[in-house]
Design a protein around this ligand. Structure first.
Ligand SMILES: [Zn+2]
Ligand SMILES: [Zn+2]
Ligand SMILES: [Zn+2]
Length: 163
């Protein structure tokens, strides 16, 4: 397997899917596969953290920003990707964990580190159920915890020591 070879160290090889799997996933979501769509999905699904449009631009050097944005918009409409609102001004994107339409309450918690600015997926921490008053219908929920990530806390504790 040579997945992600030229795409740099941000990619998480564990989650990589073959092109056939990606085409199948897109079809399940009602999206016709094109070369660009497969490429965008491959990159986003291989990341271990939500990525902004600017980050994706860097990871997708063969596509221009507006083409990437068009694919992202389509993917959001079809629940291929989720937009993560981490309280920064940049929307970030991650692959929907469900092969089919997922339910908003299945989401996981995100952690935004106020020191290094990174946003992490806490994939195993479910968003707690919110009891909405009568008459409100939930479409999506975003749950962001802010603070310091493990690496930044280690840095703070170790002072000037080399990390
Ligand atoms: Zn979803
Ligand atoms: Zn940090
Ligand atoms: Zn996430």
């Amino acid at each position: 397997m040579t997945q992600g070879d030229q795409l740099g160290p941000c990619l998480n090889a564990i989650m990589s899917m073959s092109s056939e799997e990606i085409i199948g996933r897109l079809a399940d979501k009602g999206v016709r596969a094109t070369a660009n769509r497969v490429l965008v999905y491959e990159v986003v699904s291989g990341l271990d953290a939500p990525a902004s449009l600017s980050a994706l631009e860097t990871l997708l050097p063969t596509m221009d920003r507006s083409s990437i944005y068009r694919v992202l918009t389509l993917f959001l409409q079809h629940d291929v990707l989720h937009a993560v609102d981490d309280g920064t001004r940049q929307a970030k994107y991650e692959a929907c964990p469900s092969p089919h339409l997922c339910h908003a309450e299945q989401g996981h918690v995100h952690f935004h580190c106020e020191r290094c600015g990174r946003t992490f997926c806490l994939s195993h921490v479910q968003v707690p159920a919110v009891a909405l008053p009568k008459g409100y219908s939930q479409h999506a929920i975003s749950y962001i915890v802010k603070g310091a990530c493990p690496a930044c806390q280690r840095k703070a504790h170790m002072g000037k020591q080399d990390t």
